[in-house]
Structure formats: C-alpha cells, structure tokens
Write a protein that binds this ligand. Structure first.
Ligand SMILES: [Zn+2]
Length: 532
C-alpha cells in the first residue's frame, strides 16, 4: 500500500462545461499536496508600452508556466506592489522610471526568430550547463530573454517551420533542432532557463546556480506518469501467431536482436501449447501492486487502418472493467488516422467513455502520429480531454519541448494557452531501443540520464511508456528490464510513479494558481465525472 495515499480523500475533476452531463461518483486515490513547506511567493508581470500583442500573450503564457513550476502565485501588477511580490518588467529597455524593485527581462523575442530557417542558437555556459539561446543576450544587461526563450520551447516554435514529414506523416526527428544543431535532446533546455531565471530573481547576479523547483506533493520529490499503450492484446490464437511470426522478422531486420528472436520463437511454441501470449494486464496489475506504482493504459477505440491494433473494445472488456477501482486510469489512444485524416478523436473519446462508464480524460496518439501541432491541439480540446502525452520522440529519448515538467501547450491561432495539460513523453520502450542502438550506449544508462536530468531541476510531471513490460512482444527483454529496474529504484530518489488521472488531481492546483487551465474543475471531496 502506498503510504502517501489518503484513501478517504477523493477529488472532483472535469471541465466546468461538462457538468451538463450525467455524473457518476467514484473514488480516486490522490496524493496529498505539500502544505506549509513552500508558501507560493506572489509574482507579477509588467510590460513596457512598446511590447505589443501577440508578444504580450505569448510572454504572459511563458511567465505563467514558470510560476506554476516554481510555485509562485501570479498577481496582477496593480496588486503586485506590496511587499514580498516579485515584480518582473518585460521590455526593450530598462528605463530609470521603472524603479529598482523591478526584475528586468529584456524583450529580445520577436515573431520572426526563425524566419529563413533562423540562426543557429547561441550557446553559453551558466552554472556548469550549456544553455541554448535563439534570441541571444541583451548587450547592456548581459541577460537573456528567459521568458521569450521558454516560450519558444513550450510552443514548439522550433518545429513550426519544418515542412517535411516522415513516411508516417509526422515531423521527422532529423529536422528537429536536436539533429540539425547537434543539441542534446536529453537536456531539459526550458527547465534550465527557468532555473536560471528563478536564481536571478532570488539571488541576482551574485552566484550562478540552477535551483530545483519545489514539488507540490508532500511525499515525493519527483513525479513520473507511467503508462502502457495497448497496441496489441491477446484476443485469439490467430492474431497472436501473426504477431509472433512478424516479430521473428523484426528481430532479424530491425532490432538485430538474438534475444528478441529466441524469446518470440519460445512464445510461439507456448502459444501453440495453449498459452495466452499478449494477455499481460493481470500480471502488470500484480506487479504494480508489488512495486508500488500506478499507471494509465491507453486504449485504441477504433480500427481504421492496418497500423491500428488487433483488438476491438469488446474483446478486452474484461480487462478494462472496474479499472479505476484497481488504480488504473484508462485514456484514449487516438487511432492512426484520428487526427491527420479523419478528425475522430472526440468520437473515439466518447465511445471509450461510454465503454468504460467513466469520462476519459487523457490521450496519447497511436504512433505519436500528428502532422500539425495546431490540429492536434484543436482535436484534443474538441474531445474535452484534460491532458495529452503525445509530444515525445519516436526514435530518441528526452525532452522534445525542452520541458521536464507538464505544461499547457500554446494555441497560435487564438493566441492563448491551451485548456489541457501536456505531459511530455520522455521515455518510450521503442525509442529507447532505437536511441541505444544509434548512440551505442546501454539503454539503462540512457533512461537514467533522462530521469536524472529531470530530477536535478524539478519535480517531474513527465511521462514514460512501455507497451508491454511483461513479455518481450514489443521490444527485446533487455529494454523491458530497464522499466523494472527504474520502477524498483524510485524510492531512492523519492520518486512516485502515478497514473495520468492521479497526476491531474494532485498537481493541477499549481497551474491554476498561476492562472492557467482555469476551465478545469478540480475540487477535493468528491469525484464527479461527466459520462455520456
Ligand atoms: Zn500505439
């Protein structure tokens, strides 16, 4: 039993507008928030008159995410003149009339940072880390535009002018800044910028440091959202046999793995002997209890393409029934064509909600498949989902948005923060295998590097996904063993592995204190989720 869970407490979560739905009352375990340790320090933002829209909206957004991560309560500047308020002034010049009590952030960000492909980012060393700056440094103050730089990362601006797509229609890794400029994807660049700004706010220029953001949870210093996308499940002997035979080819051509070949050969024989290969959720549930972690399973609700899974919802009904009572949250795994071609994410969410009897709150795209961020975000909002975890790499590990923390993405067409939370996907079984092969580094070492970087600067809010850590059906056994060794070591770093829903109920307050995700309703006492 998890010591930090207070089962008497439950939570009300949903969108305000979804209250029109019939509601059901269910108990969900929550993690107690940390109290008294860090009283949020008020912070305000003021613009110089020559900073105009939409720059203001964008900077205000970056400022609010910073406040959420570092536990500052955002106050309006008129209220912000009291003692103890950190007052930020964002402008092109620091004028003498702005006063000494303002913290100056030079306005270096502009809308055309990446016009004509943009200049390579400037790299400089701060507190022992390499910091990448697309907008450079202000010559008079020597400061970077922390907020503009944070905005560039969180808004996926580095990917906005990439026009090519891979064979699946996704933004290719080779075109991302990491591959193009040789920047490590395993450094949380936006988190480093936040840490630098926090230190400058607190200490000025006196000492270089990258202070860690305080955790909102009393019993954990780092939170990881654990998930399993169900891309294959045992429904009959035939589809299992097809999968296993395909895997023999994958072992030779793709993974070049002896263990994967022989494990799949062995499982083929076991299948023919009557074993239900790919029926892994019961074993996962047992292991979750033993090793003290909770998780979300992402389920595909529609078969619209040959790359969609082999099952129909009714075939895995037994496994999904009463999932929440077993501590498992069920999210929608947007089908292959759901966002790019068919725009069916809302429909799929509705079908799955009806099927599970509880409103589905979270998404991850199958194959991480989307082409335009804006279209993905619109689909997620239309489906009234509260969180997504699609923004990650399919062939590398690390921080695609430079973020080792959850954040609402940015909607450029309406110039506002999105009304859902993105949980950056930082480790995936398949991409860990690929990264380990390309970088010629042990997968365990890479996984620890990514988790370690996140722990260094913050309290997490990042996601990992192993399709099936019980059987070597998706990746070789040595990749699955990385999952278990990380899962067993969590207590050493005061880390908790939780489900998407647990994370939302426990951490959303931070974002709301900063003026984000205000349409999301979260109240302690009772969980009432709309169902249709
Ligand atoms: Zn998938």
């Amino acid at each position: 039993m998890l010591v930090f869970i207070d089962e008497s407490k439950s939570i009300n979560i949903g969108r305000v507008r979804s209250l029109a739905f019939r509601t059901t009352t269910r108990q969900v375990k929550t993690i107690p928030e940390s109290k008294g340790v860090n009283d949020p320090r008020p912070i305000s933002l003021q613009f110089s008159p020559n900073v105009q829209e939409p720059i203001r909206s964008r900077i205000r957004y970056a400022f609010r995410v910073f406040a959420a991560v570092y536990d500052h309560a955002v106050v309006e500047d008129e209220e912000g003149t009291g003692a103890g308020v950190l007052r930020i002034y964002y402008g092109e010049v620091l004028s003498p009339q702005t006063g000494l009590d303002l913290f100056y952030v030079p306005a270096l960000y502009h809308q055309n940072v990446f016009a004509d492909g943009g200049k390579p980012p400037r790299r400089l060393r701060y507190a022992g880390e390499e910091i990448c700056l697309a907008c450079g440094v202000d010559s008079s103050s020597g400061r970077p535009d922390w907020l503009g730089e944070i905005f560039l990362w969180l808004s996926s601006s580095y990917e906005r002018n990439v026009s090519s797509r891979d064979r699946l229609g996704r933004i290719p890794y080779e075109q991302m800044i990491f591959a193009r400029e040789g920047i490590s994807p395993r450094k949380p660049h936006a988190a480093l910028l936040m840490a630098w700004m926090e230190n400058a706010l607190d200490q000025g220029n006196a000492k270089e440091a990258l202070p860690r953001a305080p955790s909102p949870i009393s019993d954990a210093e780092h939170v990881v959202i654990c998930s399993h996308d169900i891309d294959f499940y045992y429904v009959n002997r035939f589809t299992a046999l097809v999968r296993l035979i395909k895997n023999l080819g994958v072992a030779i051509v793709h993974y070049r793995s002896r263990s994967f070949f022989f494990d799949n050969l062995k499982m083929t024989l076991q299948l023919l002997g009557g074993k239900r290969i790919g029926d892994y959720l019961p074993a996962l549930r047992k292991a979750g209890g033993e090793h003290d972690f909770e998780y979300t399973v992402f389920v595909v609700a529609r078969q619209g393409h040959r790359r969609d899974p082999n099952y129909r919802l009714e075939q895995i009904a037994g496994e999904l029934s009463g999932a929440e009572e077993k501590g498992i949250s069920v999210g929608v795994h947007g089908s292959y064509r759901s966002v790019i071609e068919d725009h069916t994410l809302a429909e799929e969410t509705k079908v799955l909600s009806k099927f599970t009897g509880a409103k589905v709150l979270t998404n991850r795209q199958h194959w991480l498949r989307f082409s335009e961020h804006q279209v993905l975000f619109e689909e997620i909002e239309r489906a009234e989902l509260l969180a997504d975890s699609t923004l990650g790499f399919s062939e590398a590990v690390g921080f695609r948005n430079g973020a080792s923390f959850a954040f609402p993405p940015y909607n450029f067409s309406e110039e506002r923060p999105c009304e859902f939370l993105e949980v950056p996907l930082v480790l995936m079984d398949g991409s860990l295998e690929a990264a380990s092969r390309v970088l010629r580094r042990p997968p365990q070492e890479l996984a620890e590097e990514v988790l370690g970087e996140s722990r260094k600067y913050g309290w997490g809010g990042i996601g990992l996904i192993w399709h099936n850590p019980i059987e070597p059906l998706s990746v070789p056994a040595e990749i699955n063993s990385v999952f278990w060794s990380c899962a067993k070591r969590t207590s050493k770093s005061r880390e908790k592995w939780v489900s998407m829903n647990q994370f939302l109920t426990s951490c959303i307050g931070r974002y709301q204190n900063a003026g984000l995700l205000e349409g999301m309703q979260v109240e302690a006492n009772l969980i009432e989720m709309g169902t249709r």
